[in-house]
Design a protein around this ligand. Sequence first.
Ligand code: ADP
Ligand code: MG
Length: 695
Amino acid sequence: MLTSQSPISQLPRVGKSLSNKLKRLEISTLEDLIFYYPFRYDDLTKITPIAKIIPGQIFTVRGKILVIANRRTPLKRKIITEAIITDHSGSVKAIWFSQPFLTKTLKPGENVYFSGKTETGQNGLYFSNPVYEKITEWKKETLHTARLVPIYSLKDKITQKQFRFLIKQSLPYGKLIYDWLPLEIKKNLTLADLNFCLKQIHFPENNYYLEKAIYRIKFNELFLLQLQGQKIKKDLQKLKAEKIDFHLKETKKFTSSLPFKLTDSQRKSSWEILRDLQKETPMNRLLEGDVGSGKTLVAAIISLNNALSGFQTAFMAPTEILAKQHFKTLNKVFKNYKIKIALFTRTDKKIQNKNKISEIKKSALIKKISEGEIQIIVGTHALIQKEIEFKNLSLVIVDEQHRFGVEQRAILTKKSKTHKFPHFLSMTATPIPRSLALTLYGDLDLSVINEMPKGRKKIITKIVSPQDRTKANQFIRKEIEKGRQVFIICPLIEESDLLGVKATTIEYERLKKEIFPDLKIGLLHGKMKTREKEKIRLEFLENKINILVATSMVEVGVDIPNASVMVIEGAERFGLAQLYQFRGRVGRSEYQSYCFLFAESNSLNAKQRLNALLTAKNGFELAEKDLEIRGAGEIYGVKQSGFLSCLKLAKLTDYKIIIEAKKWAMKIINQDPELSAYPNLKEKLIELDKIIHLE
Ligand code: ADP
Ligand code: MG
């Protein structure tokens, strides 16, 4: 007995070779086949009387074969098969190349459909290589012609016909695939039966049913992701976190001690976070804000409240240099406070005491942390190290990492002597479109800083044509003479140059030898060791390097206020959101800053895209555009992630379905957090967890 879990090799006409080819499409069971959806449909529903067909278009006709025979072409000695079919209105010729077996498949007198493009030759109109399909008494339904015909994305010379045949064979077993979607949702949204949808998605009877099927399948995919997010959220609510008071007076005093006024967004985000912290359930929040929008200050405000409540904060950055930067910033803003701050990275352990920063031994620092003497610990992921133990860690802030694993959080929980779950804030400068955030980060609450501090000079952005390159170089030189610094970003020049070694090295050599031999130029690419990279970054930060040539991986978040020019080579090769990020590296101080875009392609499309960068109001606007143009995988590097692989049909632009799915996921989880009434759904969710944890 075959089931949906049976291997495809059990289907008729599937031998070892085809099995292997299908494996390369990640198809090994009948169910995999059923879930391998078409990427488009050819509408061949309309049947045209032969008398009505004209040259140069695609037609489907239905008729009887009059004659069929093979012959050789005079010159090339290739085999041509010719047939004539006729209907009540007329007759027409069909020609196939190099398919001599056709005379064995199709016989005179048989009824067939032909679908294909018509052409005109010396002897008039004919079908060139039409798709054919026989009509018999026992087989009335067609798969390849005279219908909405599914087209699949295939490789290894698997033909569409062959694949459709396999799908057709596997579809009956779709009945055995359990439908885990709760009945109340199906009823409420009048969703069609799953098995029906699976049939319709492959071989739609009409456009209406196809739409229904697409909606249902997209809903299934998105609902499951939403459900997972809501489940994580609900599970977190069962855990205990410290209740952190909002110290209104001190917070006001702190903000008024700053040399500037908080932006409304900073104020609102801080308030949202502080409100979360007053609850006894762990916060799980993402703070989004453009580069330079002042997220660090928000982090400082909440760390202050946490310290005043008597708890410890861990502030983690992805690199040592960023950790050092944050340490410096916090020391500056808390100059007049009694808060003890420490830096803990692999190579550097420092502590601030009475406004003096001094080195400290690792063991001594670890002791101070465990005794609770240090209130804010800034560091890299070295903070999760085994030896470190906190007295009462209640808040974890992570910069530039969107998601902090539940496991990582659990580790930190164990490290705190209170054994309470820490509140968690993640900060990112990547403008994540709402739909993506909802789907990918459904378990996180969102705070957004969507304005820049007042008084920032607008970055002057120019698309530079090749003939103006010399001028641009002269301009760069002038800026450097004024004491400023310059970034040059290079795109990958070839597929294999994954780490940008070649791209950057060529540019680096060119600048060093030909353009600016007298200046100090630095190089940064993906093949370099972490230590080397840190060294170069530090030299750039200390203005020992005038021009930094880098791949697209320039570390997000690095603050080099002295840099005033961002040059982007091959700009059209980057996504808009990415370009926006690059540009954000400059314009972080009082200096007027510039962004020069060099494009290799002169195409209208490239120009339009780059122009969007000149006009867009903020990063979110660009991110939405990018999402539409290029899809999420490209932009966020999440193509391979388990999350997106769950979305076979649904797209992140299916905003309405996402919202609907979220609504229902919340409803189900709220009424039945353990999903006891939905065993199938529960099982499906466990399966999904496994996929995602494999990442
Ligand atoms: P990011 O959001 O990229 O982490 P930062 O927190 O590094 O941004 O802030 C960038 C710069 O802006 C810092 O030098 C900071 O002191 C300054 N800044 C932050 N908030 C304001 C504000 N409200 N007004 C003026 N400058 C501000
Ligand atoms: Mg930052």
